[in-house]
Design a protein around this ligand. Sequence first.
Ligand code: DGL
Length: 265
Amino acid sequence: MDNRPIGIFDSGLGGLTAVMALRRLMPEENIVYFADSARVPYGEKSREELLVMARQDLDLLASFSAKAIIAACGTVSSNASHILEGYPLPVCGVLKPGIEAMARVPGRAPLGIIATAASIKAGAFRRALTEKAPGRQIIDLPCPDFVPLIESGHTSPEDPALRRAVEEALAPVKAAGAGALLLGCTHYGIISDAIRDYLGPEVALVSASDCVAEKTCRKLEALGLTGGSGETRYYTSGDAAAFSAAASALLGQEIHAEHVPAMEI
Ligand code: DGL
């Protein structure tokens, strides 16, 4: 038994999709979630900034006695994988588990990847999928409008601004006849209904958050690190009341986040 919490971090609301996925698989674990809302969006940051921020986020969760950490952020996972891998605690990023799931998609239809601008620029999602699924056509796209819309509450599939943004960003995925689409930014799981409405049921949506939760579950069981009392604590570097309200709406239960000071690069 190891009752220490599992740490999960993201730039804001997106990593809550990993919290929900992990909760379903490991209801007894304690979780400590950090939303770096003061610095959202990560997708507009430079690689140099992201390297520093990745370490700061890991260190913050380690200071809360995390036994393992999920980098529930595609942007950090694709730009700072060596920092995640070299960290002195078990750390899972979303890139590898997401790509492994995409490589298992049967058929010959093109495979789509959507992620933040910084993730697509890093090229790591494309490289990893090319390696795991050689010869398969890949279409990778940045969707820079999605995170600001989600963080400002435009998450309903009926929301006109969101529908417009989804249509504009994902037209090339539809035109390419993709068979599956990796949601390589954890925020995108929050708008999966809007994405599914536009692309239709023939495009399988693969959630990087679901994939990392499954991987973390297997890893903790293999390491004998499971145990806890099912508590979740939330911290944000932004406005605690605003984050609590938005997170409560997404999680379907009232939560109260605590503020931690914003970190500087
Ligand atoms: N949710 C994060 C990701 O998976 C970061 C999005 C952002 O802040 O731009 O990439």
